[in-house]
Structure formats: structure tokens, C-alpha cells
Ligand binder design. Structure first.
Ligand code: GDP
Length: 364
């Protein structure tokens, strides 16, 4: 599955947010029970109102949302890259994640200590980024030493690796994260395999006070500006509100959100933003037994999409009966869509679109 690591300085609201994420009704909505793999790893349902609509039309007995994983990576502090305390373990945890959700303190509260004694989320973001950049530089230097011999021996892979590592190092030494480097298509795979911390996509999570959740504040505005300049994503959220909502029944939660002037829970926005950040999209399988959402990378071909359900579906793929979400809804389900000529038979080279309702035919 896809993993997003939650990072941030101490006392910014990470735990509050993580607890809300994993306790919320959405996390438990799925039919298989919410599982905590480790205390700091949470498996959450990706909220998607389209799935409920489809299940309503098909009168599906079960609704199974797709899921993604959040990891609470506490303890990233100034000096983490130097291995102070448990720093190195935290960095290893981040390395395993596909994306980073960076929680920034955008709330003022004299009772909650800030590690640097002042609220400045843009500087906080730089502090963490600097740690990650230092960690990348150190790991690159180590790796360059480790491959010297192979490079001398003319090993093609090692030569490519050395070239990419040196490019990344030059950017880092120039004060830029590795994600600023533009990589040629033929190098993409090797580049991703380097698993550098500063190539991971970032989502800034601005944690604001309850009364500013609907509007944001000057701090979150500053973060939004920074994110735009970096080509990163940002969401405004109030971890405290989310914590309260996570303990309410769905109807109560909706009322509470209404009172606060919010259209949906911040967590739903956060999860969806994480999904987008990872370059993921959703397709559906719908029947009387179950309506289910599946996660695939944007650009995935039909056989690859089938493979998410089962390897046999991919190997024996024949075709995918395909109905676009809007056509499925407009024609009141599969039968109606079929009669209206809206069901297409798509082959191996079909690029699946977000919201497609698919039925796979395959050789067992
Ligand atoms: P972590 O160290 O980043 O995991 O931070 P915590 O989630 O433990 O939060 C640190 C403290 O800040 C706790 O006392 C929270 O109740 C408090 N806190 C979290 N979010 C907010 C907020 O939006 N407003 C205020 N005033 N306090 C908050």
C-alpha cells in the first residue's frame, strides 16, 4: 500500500492529528476491521462520496473504500540528521514513506511550548527541510564511497548511480532539495531507487485554532504562499476539531461541522490531498454483493488495474467492461448504461480513468 509519513517539530499537533485520523469513523467504516499495525501506523479509508452513490444504485450489501496508510513519525528535531537521540531511526522511517505530510504549527497558545519560542511555520518548514537535506547529503557521500570500486570496474548501473548521486549532491550543496533536480525519462527509475528524503512529495498541513479552521490565518497564508512557490500542496486543518469530530457519530459530526462553517472534515481533505499528492486515482467495482474502490496510479493500464484485485486478473486479462462514473449514475446502473450504449469493452492498452466502473474478463 501507499504510505504517507506525518512529520513535524514537537508540539505542533502531530499526535492529535494522527489520533483523530485513526479513530475517526471513516477509519472504521470499512468492513474489515481497523487495524493498527504498530501504535504509530494507521490504516485509513479514503473518503469518496461516489462510492456511496454507486452502492446505493446497485443496492450493494457491502461498501469497501480504498485505504491508505499514515505513519506518525515523531521526534524529528533540529540535529536529527546528526543521529542525536533516535534521529536516525526517524529518518529511516521517512525513507520508507511515499510522501510526507508536514504538520506546521499555525496556532498561538502560550500554554503550549514552541521548541523555538515563537510561532513561525515557514521557518519551521525550513528547519525540517534542512535536516532532511543534511541527511540526504550524508547518505549520498556514503553511497558514493560504497560504489567507487564498481564504478572503476565499469559497472553500468553503478556509473549511472554515481552520476545521479553527484547531480543530487550538487543541488543539495546549492541549498536545494533533490526534488528540484530535473531528471531525464531514462534515469527516472534509477533516480526513484535512490530513495532520497528530499525527493518525496510534500503536503503541508497547517494546524490552526478551532475558530480559524474555516478561514485560515496569517500563518497558514504564509505557508500557502511558500507551498505554491515550491509546487507543494497545503491544507488548513484544526487538529483539535478533528479530534473532537472523531469521537462523534456521523450525523452529529455533520452538525458540528455546519456550526463551524465547514463543508467537510479536514481529515477528508487531508486524506484526499495525500491521495492526489501520491499521483493516485480510483476506480470502482460494483455489484449486489459489494461496491468497492480501488487505488491505482494515474496512467495505469487496464491490466495493471486488474492486477490490484488479483495477480491472475492481470496475467489472464482479456478485456474490461467499462462504464464512466457519470454514465453509470445517469443511467441508473449497469443495465441502463448498457442499454444506452455506455458500456465499452476496453483492451490491454486502455488507460483507466478516475471514476471508471470496471468489470474484468480474464482467462483463469
Ligand atoms: P506533537 O508533539 O506534534 O505530537 O503535538 P501534540 O499533538 O501532542 O500537541 C501538543 C499540544 O498542543 C497538545 O497539548 C495539544 O492539545 C495542543 N494542540 C494541538 N493542536 C492545537 C490547536 O490547534 N490549538 C491549540 N491551542 N492547541 C493545540
Amino acid at each position: 500500500g501507499f504510505k504517507t509519513g506525518i512529520v513535524g517539530l514537537p508540539n505542533v499537533g502531530k499526535s492529535t492529528l494522527f489520533n483523530a485520523l485513526t479513530k475517526t469513523a471513516a477509519a472504521q467504516a470499512a468492513n474489515f476491521p481497523f487495524c493498527t499495525i504498530e501504535p504509530n501506523v494507521g490504516d485509513v479509508a479514503v473518503p469518496d462520496p461516489r462510492l456511496d452513490t454507486l452502492a446505493g444504485i446497485a443496492q450493494s450489501k457491502q461498501i469497501i473504500p480504498s485505504r491508505m496508510t499514515f505513519v506518525d513519525i515523531a521526534g524529528l528535531v533540529k540535529g536529527a540528521s546528526k543521529g542525536e537521540g533516535l534521529g536516525n531511526q526517524f529518518l529511516a522511517n521517512i525513507r520508507e514513506c511515499d510522501a510526507i505530510a508536514h504538520v506546521l504549527r499555525c496556532f498561538e497558545d502560550d500554554d503550549v511550548t514552541h521548541v523555538d519560542g515563537r510561532v513561525n511555520p515557514v521557518e519551521d518548514a525550513e528547519t525540517i527541510e534542512t535536516e532532511l537535506m543534511i541527511a540526504d547529503m550524508e547518505s549520498i557521500e556514503k553511497r558514493l564511497q560504497n560504489i567507487v570500486r564498481k564504478v572503476r570496474g565499469g559497472d553500468k548501473e553503478a556509473v549511472q548511480q554515481e552520476r545521479l548521486l553527484k547531480t543530487a549532491l550538487a543541488a543539495l550543496e546549492d541549498g536545494k532539495p533533490a526534488r528540484a533536480v530535473e531528471v531525464d525519462d531514462e534515469d527516472k527509475k534509477a533516480w526513484d531507487m535512490l530513495q532520497l528524503l528530499t525527493t518525496k512529495p510534500i503536503l503541508y498541513v497547517c494546524n490552526v485554532d478551532e475558530d480559524e479552521a474555516a478561514t485560515g490565518n496569517a500563518h497558514s497564508d504564509a505557508v500557502a504562499k511558500m507551498a505554491a512557490e515550491q509546487g507543494a500542496a497545503a491544507v488548513v486543518i484544526s487538529a483539535k476539531i478533528e479530534e473532537e469530530i472523531s469521537q462523534l457519530e456521523p450525523e452529529e459530526a455533520e452538525m458540528f461541522l455546519g456550526e463551524l462553517g465547514l463543508e467537510e472534515a479536514g481529515l477528508d481533505r487531508l486524506i484526499r490531498a495525500g491521495h492526489e499528492l501520491l499521483g493516485l486515482q480510483t476506480y470502482f467495482t460494483v455489484g449486489p454483493k459489494e461496491a468497492r474502490a480501488w487505488t491505482i496510479p494515474i496512467g495505469a493500464l487496464a491490466p495493471q488495474a486488474a492486477g490490484v484485485i488479483h495477480g491472475d486478473f492481470e496475467r489472464g486479462f482479456i478485456r474490461a467492461e467499462t462504464i464512466a462514473y457519470d454514465d453509470y449514475v445517469a443511467n441508473d446502473g449497469e443495465q441502463g448504461a448498457k442499454e444506452a450504449g455506455k458500456m465499452r469493452a476496453e483492451g490491454k492498452s486502455y488507460v483507466v480513468k478516475d471514476g471508471d466502473v470496471l468489470h474484468f474478463l480474464f482467462n483463469a
